[in-house]
Design a protein around this ligand. Sequence first.
Ligand code: HEM
Length: 187
Amino acid sequence: MYGMVNRALKALLCEQFGEASWQEIRAKAGVTTDEFVSMTTYDDAITYQLAGAASEILDTPVDDLLRAFGNYWIVFASKSSYAILLDQSGDTMGDILAGLDEMHTRLSLAFPDLRPPSFRVVSNDGETVMLRYESFRPALVPFVCGLIEGLAARLGVKVDAELVEPKSEGNPSDLLRIKVSPLESTP
Ligand code: HEM
């Protein structure tokens, strides 16, 4: 994945757990690079190894870390030069999710070797969005849920994103149910 992803992961871990923990995680992951270059591609294994090592050292399930990373990515991207793509992505969760493939296609202009995921809104009644997520990369559904939570925070709405049907042989996409509600309706 592009270095921007590893930079964001490092920033999250340093901010929340300190530079010393980051160095410990990096050493455990066997990752020799400390400064990732945003526009350089790195082996996906580096990102997975960092997440796995962070999970062990911080004694936190990797899925929880990936979810937190998804939330953080939206904040990180909002401070990047690509923030405009988020600003222009739509005013409702349904619109934003429906435009994700186009967003990543536009990003491929800046990241020519991007191998983005694909998303398809299957249905949207204004409260519940059913979303298909397809990627050749494994185990990133919690990251997607975190990303959706990050988008909700930007929109100022409450969201509940969960996997309802995992991908399987013959079905290459995960099916997610995303319930969107106003913030004030929190019980
Ligand atoms: C301006 C905002 C964004 C930027 C700059 C961005 C950029 C990227 C980059 C560079 C990658 C790594 C892919 C690679 O190197 O091949 C990536 C992956 C990914 N992006 Fe985005 N992205 C943005 C917004 C979003 C949003 C809003 C979502 C919402 C769901 C999303 C979902 C994903 C997922 C799930 C991956 C992991 C790769 C995979 O599933 O195969 N991205 N993105």
